[in-house]
Design a protein around this ligand. Sequence first.
Ligand code: HEM
Length: 477
Amino acid sequence: MEPSLPSTAPPLRRIADLPSPRGWPLVGHLFQLPRDSVHRGVERWCRELGPLFRFRAGARTLVVVADHDAIAALLRDRPEGFLRSSQLKAVGREMGLTPGLFGAEGEVWRRQRRMVMAGLDPNRVREYFPALQRVTRHLHERWRRAAADGRALDLQAELMRYTVDTVAGLAFGAEVDTLRSDDDVIQRHLDKIFPALFRRVMSPLPYWRWLRLPADRALEHSVAEVNRAIAGFIAQARARLAADPARRERPPNLLEAMIVAADRPDSGIDDLQVAGNVLTMLLAGEDTTAHTLAWALHLLHRHPAAMQRAVAEARALGDTIDALTPEALGRLDHIEACLYETMRLKPVAPFIVLEAARDTRIADLQVPAGTLVWCAMRRDSLEAGCFDRPHEFDPGRWLDERGAGAGKRISMPFGAGPRTCPGRYLALTEMKMVLAMLLGRFEIDEVSAPGGAEAEERMALTMVPVGLRMRLRERGR
Ligand code: HEM
């Protein structure tokens, strides 16, 4: 319901009253926004048109909101006021992706959210440390071999193996071990899903319904492989619970906790929701963390003073992976500041699209139910009124508590409100663990994009740095 206004208030604006970039008949602004850099196109319009405007993609009009306070208000008004985009959910279902927490709404979302939060809260993540250290040891061994061979590493692919192994180990109690295997690993199939989902959401025509290209057939194969792997994780978890019923009292991982909940009569959780959340954790936990780490390494390599300080902080923790305890990682203040500064400049989710669940308003704008709202998350992060020298990489701005608090409210790298990222503590822990291991044990000769320039940003549901390669030497060699 629309809130009532005092009679003296000026009338509300309608979406049609908003400024808009110049478009073309029928297609609107669709072809002015290349898919790979759609976030940059919208950010450019923000500079020209201000923090509230509209654009048209085919038949649909989107309202762009770029002011961080207005965005935070929308993100907080969930799940009642705003939903995730129904198109994203429909395309996901059509691809055969079982929905989980990310796409759930209403009461189903509430039940799943409680369960997932419990599985990823800081105390649980501390219990997972031995598993996290084991995966980090595998990454260390892999990178030692590459350093000894003088081989350049494809940074994204390496880091995505790490994040998949971590999520599978921690959240599902499963050893997928992509770091020690070069077979047809699940990560290769997962890697196809986000870019395909994004391609289809952005496609003006659902061509795949009439014409299946080789890429569509490869995608079907990948989705089937991922679903098969998920069925395997669930079967293994059920077998562990059957062999040791005491695990039901205190399930040691998120998957077993979900199964125990689903088995309770009237839990409202069914097997499909369990499978959907296994997939959601794999997808939401893989690219986001791996790409943020890749951006951080790239930025650190380009800023030697910040890098030197990060190296000193990592080396002060000692030189074994056993030394990377929760307390030790808690001392990595500068490294944590580098991560927040990376997420300000290179947020892997530079926009969030919401859909109004009911008639509502944004500032003085009337917003009918069903309106799509594009939250441009990075605009204020790059505004001089919000951050000093906003285009500079300056981790120091995150080192005093007040600055960090205010900065997080503006850049919101993990979103905001009731649907804020439940994996944020795990993600920060993983990223600090990898940086401490890497900077502590290796010298980094190169983290470069093709041509030696700053890496290009490519949107593929998350924002990927293009073509980063890393070359390492083992310390003391
Ligand atoms: C650097 C790493 C990460 C970043 C930057 C990130 C960012 C985000 C953002 C921006 C959202 C949307 C929040 C909103 O709508 O307000 C989100 C949601 C979510 N994230 Fe993350 N994420 C990261 C890592 C992870 C990890 C490691 C996991 C789990 C293993 C995870 C699981 C999820 C889930 C399940 C949601 C949906 C929550 C809901 O709808 O209630 N994320 N994340």
